[in-house]
Design a protein around this ligand. Sequence first.
Ligand SMILES: Cc1cc2nc3c(=O)[nH]c(=O)nc-3n(C[C@H](O)[C@H](O)[C@H](O)COP(=O)(O)O)c2cc1C
Length: 449
Amino acid sequence: MSSKQLHLNAFLMGVGHHEAAWRHPRTDARRILDVGHFQELARIAERGKLDSVFFADGLAVGPRVERNTQSIFEPVTLLSAMAVATEHVGLIATASTTYSDPYNTARKFASLDHISKGRAGWNIVTSAGADEAANFGLDGIPLHSGRYERATEYLEVALALWDSWEDEAVVLDSGTGVFADPTKVHRIDHSGEHFTVRGPLNTPRSSQGRPLLVQAGSSESGKDFAARYAEAVFTAQRTLDEGKAFYTDLKGRLARYGRRPDELKVLPGIVPFIGSTEAEAQALEQEFTDLISPDYALRQLSNMLGIDLTAHALDAPLPPLPPEAEIQGNKSRYRLVKELAAKEDLTVRSLIGRLGGGRGHRTFAGTPDQIADELESWFTAGAADGFNVMPPYLPGGLEDFVAHVVPILQRRGLFRTNYTATTLRGHYGLAAPANRFEGSDERSVAKVG
Ligand SMILES: Cc1cc2nc3c(=O)[nH]c(=O)nc-3n(C[C@H](O)[C@H](O)[C@H](O)COP(=O)(O)O)c2cc1C
């Protein structure tokens, strides 16, 4: 029995990750607007003792509104409703550092952390879409390097704000009439290139100190940013060798920031099609592939590559693509799609079939044992600390994973059979973060007002 256990996050999206999930009889598309659907998903994840659930987010309607069912609700709001329907499972939401200010974001996540009693996590994104820029007064996406520079200062501000209340700051003494100890609440007095923030935050420190920090950009800047701040990383790696290389590269960067490799957990994505035989799982995947609308898939592909392919012939290969250095959007996904098409000599039609399951994440059709074998082999080979499980359809795909794959992992000693921690940070085996102001009166409101 292995002593080290893997971590499992359920990446939830509408009625499933497959872009045609909402058209398949295994789903009920009306449920994408039903909070009860999402509460049910959180309960299923909790039944499986999963570490967390997660929502991605973008700040624009995705391609082809007439076919798009994804990411309807603002995720922190949605997770607040899921928090009150569960007790253990972690709740991770995406928020952009490009189109918001750190004070609001720090407060929003501190609130979710209190509401959920220490189960909140933030997937930090810099927003790679041109459609999003158009909603915030910009003609195009801000430069890639500029987005990560802003994100770095943003994180410094957010971290300082979450430290601005010490653990013991809330006194709540009705006898003396004291709510908070002003020597334990601090201004941050940040003045930088992008932000000027006095602080303190108007929400006290939560039971896990601050939300878990998650990141999912795999470009050079993305990996450095993750090595500096992230405690969990979601990533799309298609082969074991790519997974190992990414894992080694990322873990190797942590020492530069004074961190140990186990302070960051790497979770590659997997889209599992589960069947009682391999043939049944493959036939199920094919049913979904057959429902893909090429016009929508072409628009998705155009978005991923940053070039317009909507009029491109489906049975031709991709046209010549620009070098990655010219891409200002999502660099890692651009590279993944370009390499996949070239390596397997795919036509556009085959490429969109391959991307339909999880927008480039690895799809795997097999029996529960085959899926468990696959996860175990990545885990033991040093390609993953756990997995971002992306059910192709919901709730059934998550139910099957929890009912059939999780027990195999548990029997092999690879996954918990019960929660042993109360916070999300605890589920991921991470210590509570130190507070820079603990025991110091530096900039306390008692001193500086
Ligand atoms: C599993 C996963 C989830 C992601 N979720 C989001 C998201 O919710 N919103 C978003 O704007 N980007 C999301 N991204 C994209 C990344 O955050 C990042 O912007 C992208 O990989 C480009 O970064 P890079 O240029 O550093 O590679 C996600 C990526 C992955 C792998």
